[in-house]
Structure formats: C-alpha cells, structure tokens
Ligand binder design. Structure first.
Ligand code: FE2
Ligand code: FE2
Length: 160
C-alpha cells in the first residue's frame, strides 16, 4: 500500500482506532522492522492490505485488520537480539499474543492469526483462511519493504 493510504478508509480506521490509540501499539514506531520502515508502518501495511483482501473475499476482515496490526507486537530488535532465526520465528508471535491481550480481548481467529503468522517457517498450521492471508501478506511486505531502497537507487541511477 501507499504510505498512509489506510487513513482514507473510514471503515478500516473505525476498526483499528482503539488499538492505534494505545501506547503499546504506538511504541512500535520506535523499532526498525526492515531497513527503512518502522514496525508500526510494517504492521499497518500488513493489516490494511490483509483487510482489503479479506473484504473482497468475503472473509472476516475485522479480525484480519485487528490481528494484522498486532501480529508483531514485540519489543526487541530482531536483527541484534541473539536468537537464531528459527527461535525468533517461534518466539515473537507468542510474545505478540501476550502483549496484544494486554490491550484488547482477542477472539479465537485473532489469536490464530497472530500465533500462526510465521507459518512456512514454523510448523504450526493456520486454522483459518484469514490467518493464511496475514501470513502471506506479511511475507510479501517483508520483500517489498526490503526492495524499497533498491528501487530508489535503481531509479536514481537511471536518471543520472
Ligand atoms: Fe512477525
Ligand atoms: Fe510481520
């Protein structure tokens, strides 16, 4: 999505605004996720893109939007903390779930979305199609966010 595109979608904003107003969610802005995006920007992108897909597919877009925003609600820098990648993949969804439960009640689907979003790296299979959406969009955003600086460099070089 374009940065801040979500702000123009009133339904989306109404679904997530209580979460967005919490200090816990806002503090994700202090963590770098991929090169040039914060964890909050990443989480909003995953949440909003997944919500749009779920709406078009007639699935539970509300749970997708909320759990998508909370799926990486953990507070350490995964690039410097001394976990191997497998441990990080296993641990951070559990940390995110525990943090999410501090700020809202979660339904079974929302819990599944958060816990299984690393499906593909970890073995836990999603119970819902909604969880599959968030997991796939999360993978896509990671690659997309990673590519952004390269795109800018390529464009700059073409103009030179
Ligand atoms: Fe994650
Ligand atoms: Fe993520």
């Amino acid at each position: 999505m374009q940065r801040d595109e979500w702000k123009n979608d009133e339904l989306y904003v109404s679904i997530v605004e209580d979460l967005l107003s919490t200090d816990l969610v806002q503090s994700m802005a202090n963590y770098t996720q991929h090169h040039n995006s914060t964890r909050l920007e990443h989480s909003l992108a995953v949440s909003f893109d997944s919500y749009q897909i779920a709406r078009r597919a007639n699935l539970d877009y509300r749970s997708v939007a909320r759990a998508g925003l909370l799926h990486d609600l953990f507070f350490y820098d995964w690039r410097t903390t001394k976990f191997d990648l497998g441990s990080h993949a296993y641990i951070h969804p559990r940390v995110a779930l525990r943090n999410a439960e501090k700020i809202t009640d979660l339904n079974d689907m929302e819990k599944d979305i958060i816990l299984k979003h690393m499906w593909g790296v970890t073995l836990a299979r999603p119970k819902y199609r909604e969880s599959v959406i968030v997991s796939l969009v999360d993978d896509y955003e990671a690659v997309h966010e990673f590519m952004q600086p390269f795109k800018k460099r390529i464009i700059a070089r073409l103009k030179a």
